[in-house]
Design a protein around this ligand. Structure first.
Ligand code: SAM
Ligand code: SF4
Length: 545
């Protein structure tokens, strides 16, 4: 730590000091703000530390004072053990690093967690090494997610010795619960997503030196995690969670156990958040939920389709997306709403999971192939051309070759613009884990490959139909090496295009693009209109995306 002219010249030393008594922190910060001499600030620190010094082991007292006053020669070993051996002493470094795994819901949860931490006085840093608190927001939907988390935590054992603290959040936290403390004793906080609303209280406990803080609400809570302090990472497109949890209990899925019961926010609160975002310049809003269309307004004012329309009517909003829709709750009025409002994107993600009614029944999806195809019929009958995408699971226990071929034939029948295909992965606590007719791993891999190959050809043909069309694209970035700008259409298709100008359009700009070429996963074109807002950087300086 550097210090010039005997002054406390940077905020670094004081920002690192977090005492149990917030009151004392305020005194320290005030001293810093007034840029008093170092001697006075040190004296204030020592006074502030008296209660802690009285209970700290005597041989560590000089380390406490040196560290608190920003001295570089304090014994780091002493400080690390002080933080962990003395529950009364709280010198948690209020910097944090967060790593997020999994779906959009998890990514957005992290944005809310970051906002909450910042509001509580924490500062986000770029690396684990710089952080006092390291958070892992985990996902356990597939594979050996829990093992991966433990391996990762193991990698960071060394960081724990430097006095860093660890929190495990998300689905693995909820699933493994207090077992995490047994296997990784240096983790201090374990919280599932249904407990995030209690995060400020959990942080107070963390700062007080508690070592086993849990937020494991299971399926008890009726509350949602709402905050005005979401730290959104994109300036133009923002997520809003409108419904949390899941009550469907598909036989293969952990979500109902890890994310709690289905609970919706009021339409007033969703609209207020969307309005704030529009005022802040967001034009593209994505409504999120494990089953977004299972939304039930607790105030009884709006249906899901009406909520979509209301968000789409807010001044400044140009695009509204929603994901993921569950076929059980997919109603005709959603299609009617998309037809009526151009701001609602013409794209529906409707996971089918399997094309075989026999497998769907074993999956407890509660619909048949025919029932699903009826909904697809409604979507295809819309006046606007609505893009369809889906999720598929291959190799579910008992899936025969005939069942699998029903899935392949469904892909051909529907004509999806994208398919997210997964090999079935046995998950703890789910009914499917005890189904004994499991499919060998190599058969699952072969089936996955066949889905991907078949789908590639379907997409090659579907995407080629766009050649000659003019589509509106929202710019997301650019690739100067290829001389291209990149963005997405309302149908959520990736469009790479050229502009007839040395200056590139800024992210968030909407442009009409004529499609000239197609590939199985993207379209190529050229901007039709040259009037757009510009980036303040030239082609050469634009970062590769
Ligand atoms: N709620 C949505 C629905 O029911 O359609 C899906 C949400 S889930 C988080 C995302 C996808 O993960 C599912 O559609 C499914 O394809 C996949 N998935 C869930 N559990 C799985 C498992 N045990 N093995 C493989 N894929 C799984
Ligand atoms: Fe999982 Fe089924 Fe709920 Fe989707 S509906 S989150 S697949 S249990």
């Amino acid at each position: 730590m550097t210090r010039a002219s005997g002054q406390v010249e940077s905020s670094v030393s004081l920002r690192r000091i977090t005492l149990e008594q917030k009151r004392l922190q305020v005194i320290l910060v005030r001293f810093h703000d007034e840029r008093v001499g170092f001697a006075k600030a040190k004296f204030a620190c020592e006074i502030a530390l008296i209660p802690t010094l009285l209970i700290a082991p005597w041989h560590m007292r000089s380390s406490v004072t040196k560290w608190a006053t920003g001295s570089s020669d304090c014994d780091s070993g002493d400080m690390a053990s002080l933080r962990y051996t003395s529950g009364a002493m709280t010198v948690l470094d209020k910097t944090f690093y967060i790593e997020t795994f999994g779906c959009q819901m998890n990514a957005h949860d992290s944005e809310k967690v970051i906002g909450t931490l910042v509001r509580e006085g924490y500062r986000q840093v770029e690396t684990e090494v710089e952080a006092g608190l390291i958070l892992y927001n985990t996902c356990s939907i597939r594979d050996k997610a829990e093992q991966k988390v433990f391996n990762r935590l193991n990698d960071y054992k060394a960081l724990h010795k430097l006095g860093k603290r660890f929190a495990v959040l998300g689905c693995v936290a909820q699933q493994e619960g207090e077992r995490i403390f047994e296997r990784a004793p240096y983790v201090s906080l374990v919280a599932g997503s249904a407990s995030y609303r209690k995060l400020p209280e959990m942080l107070v406990q963390l700062e007080a030196g508690n070592k086993r803080i849990t937020g494991l609400d299971d399926r008890q809570t009726d509350e949602t995690f709402e905050t005005e302090f979401t730290a959104r990472s994109n300036k133009h497109r923002g997520y809003i969670t409108i419904i949390e949890g899941c009550d469907k209990f598909c036989s293969y899925c952990v979500v109902p156990y890890t994310r709690g019961k289905e609970r919706s926010r009021t339409s007033d609160s969703v609209l207020a958040e969307a309005r704030r975002m529009a005022d802040a310049g967001y034009t593209d809003i994505q409504l999120l939920g494990q089953n977004v269309n299972s939304y039930r307004d607790p105030s009884g004012k709006l249906s899901f389709a009406e909520l979509l329309t209301a968000v789409g009517q807010l001044p400044g909003i140009r695009r509204v997306r929603f994901t993921t829709s569950h076929p059980r709750d997919f109603t005709r009025d959603i299609v009617e709403a998309i037809d009526a409002a151009p701001t609602l994107c013409n794209h529906v993600h409707l996971p089918v999971q399997s094309g075989s009614s026999r497998v769907l029944q074993r999956m407890q999806r509660e619909y048949t192939r025919e029932w699903y195809l009826e909904r697809i019929g409604w979507i295809k009958a819309a006046r606007r051309s609505i893009s369809l995408t889906t999720d598929i699971i291959v190799g579910f226990p008992g899936e025969t070759e005939e069942d699998f071929e029903r899935t392949l034939s469904l892909l051909g029948e529907v004509g999806y613009d994208a398919v997210f295909a997964f090999k079935y992965s046995a998950r703890p606590n789910t009914p499917a884990i005890s189904m004994d007719d499991s499919i060998p791993e190599d058969v699952k891999s072969q089936r996955l490959q066949r889905v991907l190959e078949s789908q590639r050809e379907i997409q090659r043909s579907l995407y080629s139909k766009h050649i000659g069309e003019i589509v509106e694209v929202m710019v997301e970035g650019s690739n100067p090496a290829r001389g291209q700008v990149s963005g997405r259409s309302s149908q959520n298709k990736v469009v790479n295009f050229t502009v007839d100008s040395p200056i590139l359009p800024a992210s968030g700009t909407y442009l009409d693009v004529r499609i000239t070429q197609s590939f199985p996963n993207s379209l190529l074109g050229e901007a039709v209109v040259a009037s757009y807002s510009y980036t303040d950087i030239t082609r050469e300086e634009v970062p590769v995306v």
